[in-house]
Design a protein around this ligand. Structure first.
Ligand SMILES: *[C@@H]1O[C@H](CO)[C@@H](O)[C@H](O)[C@H]1NC(C)=O
Ligand SMILES: *[C@@H]1O[C@H](CO)[C@@H](O)[C@H](O)[C@H]1NC(C)=O
Ligand SMILES: *[C@@H]1O[C@H](CO)[C@@H](O)[C@H](O)[C@H]1NC(C)=O
Ligand SMILES: *[C@@H]1O[C@H](CO)[C@@H](O)[C@H](O)[C@H]1NC(C)=O
Ligand SMILES: *[C@@H]1O[C@H](CO)[C@@H](O)[C@H](O)[C@H]1NC(C)=O
Ligand SMILES: *[C@@H]1O[C@H](CO)[C@@H](O)[C@H](O)[C@H]1NC(C)=O
Ligand SMILES: *[C@@H]1O[C@H](CO)[C@@H](O)[C@H](O)[C@H]1NC(C)=O
Length: 352
């Protein structure tokens, strides 16, 4: 049976602001100075884990149709009066399928958001980051008839709306004040949210590490709801926010693998010059894991994928629009719920 732990002892790296350097960039140079036509290249350096920034968000393909509309009550981020005092709340609640005590119920699969309350207007707001087409679509591609390349509906984005649903967050989750900022700081943060939302656009479910060890190499960092919240807190700290002493744990889904092997992008693998054996192997791998209707189905199939992964020690990862081979190793997969502390500001002065 797959090794799925509800908690672990290793701590996760803080995502920080996603770095513009990427495996692609690291590889680009190496590849061009190498005339070999081999489809499989060994990555030349070990710390290539950050999600890439893109110049702009492309229009989603009409094939991708959301079952639930993304951000139905979303609004623009309001401009606050500079002298306003804004309370900032940590919001966390279980993904709804996991609230009840069944097989998957003991896994702490949490969703994260951040709340704001203006002292001047009394209005409050929620901000979160999530998949445009749900988790299954961000984790597994579609295999479409007549198309060789797997087809991904894997964008994620920020959603800002008025109101905080206290009951939703409080009852089985968390609603706690983490800091207080000025209206001016809030407005600065809003500019950053716009930038972040336009350039960090693809949801990445998996964190990939060399081992469960605390100091393990992180091959790939995930890019999902909690990473957006961590980046937001870091931005506020950089602007001078001072955080209260609150323990802040987050959910991560971690794969364990030896050094990843770069395979190529959609064109180089599935295009006319591509290696047909490799293309077929990737399609075969994804075949049993078509996107799912519910988060629950997603996790049931996740267990199946892990079973296969354990038998063959193989996993094909799609990251920054490129394919990588992961030589999987024990314990293969862990879902952990661990602390990433609130940031310490880089400014010494307090904004409020
Ligand atoms: C996943 O994408 C497919 C293709 O667009 C769509 O039919 C399906 O509704 C999506 N799933 C969810 C849960 O939104
Ligand atoms: C982020 O981008 C998405 C997609 O363009 C958009 O729907 C959403 O409103 C944006 N969020 C914010 C907070 O601006
Ligand atoms: C947010 O506003 C709503 C409506 O006024 C109120 O019921 C709720 O308690 C507020 N929550 C917070 C955390 O300020
Ligand atoms: C909280 O969990 C309990 C028991 O698991 C459940 O009955 C209840 O509906 C949940 N409340 C909310 C607001 O989700
Ligand atoms: C895909 O990879 C090929 C070969 O490395 C490269 O020439 C091409 O620019 C890449 N395409 C994209 C869209 O990145
Ligand atoms: C094509 O891919 C397969 C599977 O990854 C590999 O074993 C084979 O060596 C590749 N062939 C070429 C010509 O690169
Ligand atoms: C939160 O994380 C800490 C340290 O990572 C851990 O010891 C603690 O058990 C976690 N809390 C819960 C409720 O899992």
């Amino acid at each position: 049976t797959p090794s799925v732990a509800a908690s672990g002892s290793q701590s996760l790296p803080v995502a920080g602001a996603a770095h513009p350097t990427s495996p692609t960039q690291a590889l680009g140079k190496w590849q061009s100075s190498c005339s070999s036509r081999e489809a499989v290249l060994i990555i030349p350096c070990a710390s290539l884990s950050q999600c890439r920034r893109f110049d702009y968000r492309p229009k989603t393909d009409p094939y991708c149709q959301a079952r639930y509309t993304f951000c139905p009550t979303g609004s623009a981020v309001p401009v606050m009066k500079e002298e306003d005092v804004i309370e900032v709340y940590r919001l966390q609640a279980p993904v709804w399928e996991f609230k009840y005590g069944d097989l998957l119920g003991h896994l702490k699969i949490m969703h994260d958001a951040v709340g704001f309350r203006s002292a001047l207007t009394g209005k409050n707001y929620t901000m979160e980051w999530y998949e445009l087409f749900q988790l299954g679509n961000c984790t597994f591609p579609h295999l479409r008839p007549g198309m060789d390349a797997p087809f991904w509906c894997n964008q994620g984005a920020a959603c800002f709306y008025e109101g905080i649903d206290d009951a939703h967050w409080k009852e089985n989750g968390t609603l706690v004040l983490v800091t207080t900022i000025s209206g001016a700081m809030f407005n600065e943060m809003a500019k950053w949210v716009k930038y972040d939302n336009e350039t960090g656009i693809y949801y990445e479910t998996w964190t990939v590490q060399a081992s469960p060890d605390k100091k393990s190499t992180v091959w790939f960092d995930s890019y999902e709801c909690s990473k957006f919240i961590l980046r937001t807190y870091q931005k506020l700290a950089d602007l001078g926010a001072v955080f209260n002493k609150v323990q802040t744990n987050y959910t991560s889904i971690i794969l364990f693998s030896g050094e990843p092997i770069y395979l190529g992008n959609e064109t180089s693998i599935f295009g006319p010059q591509g290696n047909k054996t490799l293309a077929a192997a990737i399609r075969d791998f994804y075949y049993p894991f078509k996107p799912h209707k519910t988060v629950r189905e997603f996790f049931v199939d996740l267990l199946k994928i892990i079973d296969r992964v354990i038998l063959n020690h193989e996993f094909y990862l799609f990251y920054n629009l490129e394919y990588w081979f992961l030589p999987m190793k024990f314990p293969y997969l862990k879902i952990i719920y661990e602390e990433v502390p609130l940031p310490v500001g880089s400014k010494t002065s307090v904004g409020v």
